[in-house]
Design a protein around this ligand. Sequence first.
Ligand SMILES: Nc1ncnc2c1ncn2[C@@H]1O[C@H](COP(=O)(O)OP(=O)(O)OP(=O)(O)O)[C@@H](O)[C@H]1O
Ligand SMILES: [Mg+2]
Length: 282
Amino acid sequence: MLDLGLLLTLYPPMNRGAMNTPEPAIRISGLQKSYKDLHVLKGVDFDVARGSIFALLGSNGAGKTTVVRILSTLLKADAGTAAVNGFDVAAEPGKVRESISLTGQFAAVDPILTGRENLVMIAKLRQVERPKEVADGLLERFGLTEAGGRRVATYSGGMRRRLDIAMSLIGDPPVIFLDEPTTGLDPEARIEVWGIVQNLADNGTTVLLTTQYLDEAEKLADRIAILHQGVIIVNGTLAELRALLPSATVEYVERQPSLEEVFLALVGDKTPNGKQDKEERS
Ligand SMILES: Nc1ncnc2c1ncn2[C@@H]1O[C@H](COP(=O)(O)OP(=O)(O)OP(=O)(O)O)[C@@H](O)[C@H]1O
Ligand SMILES: [Mg+2]
């Protein structure tokens, strides 16, 4: 069932008002959050520069969605501060909601409506001019023109995901949160989404992205942070993260470590594709 309250929360009219201020688009300091006894965020700090793509990585349950929910005012932090587009999430949640859109792990697509009806509904909530034209433009941009007249219940997972991202672009929000935007997409659709995200950032939109696909972070992100055991354990460019591990020399050809190798070295005991296990056994 469609949750109208959630929709109104997620899709108020847009406010690009504070865009020209020099402060970062997102600023988080000392953020803490517990669910009963589970202390998920233990003091999370990071900034995201305007117009940049920031990837937040972490194992399942690390707290990535929790950070995104706090930043999008769906959840209150226990301690610390967070500001989005210059507005404090606790003091000015309405202003924050006017500055953002959110897509990903909690898609707000209504399966009973057609793709076009979903888009028109959000365009009306966001009070954009000519909602039908906006909807048709987005359907075309996302390769959904043919499917636009069909109920979303009949869409494939990839089509739904594309529609969800299209909905989040309505009204041109200055800050976009993409929580695992390409999970479940086929390789072609993922590349398509990457192009869209890159294009957003090129046009000045700030993107905070969470992902389990480390190649996605490698490909897209200006900065990458790893959330582990409640804190950010590293935050840097891909080159800075790679420099944390010595590059391996294989047959006299120097090879840079992949982000996956850096991630696993910092976070866990697992080795990519279980390579170590095989080597140990042989
Ligand atoms: N509403 C809730 N009530 C209780 N525990 C919760 C709630 N939401 C999340 N958690 C727990 O908090 C931890 C962090 O969850 P969160 O969804 O933020 O992780 P995540 O990094 O997004 O994980 P994933 O990669 O699986 O999406 C998990 O252990 C989760 O079970
Ligand atoms: Mg999550």
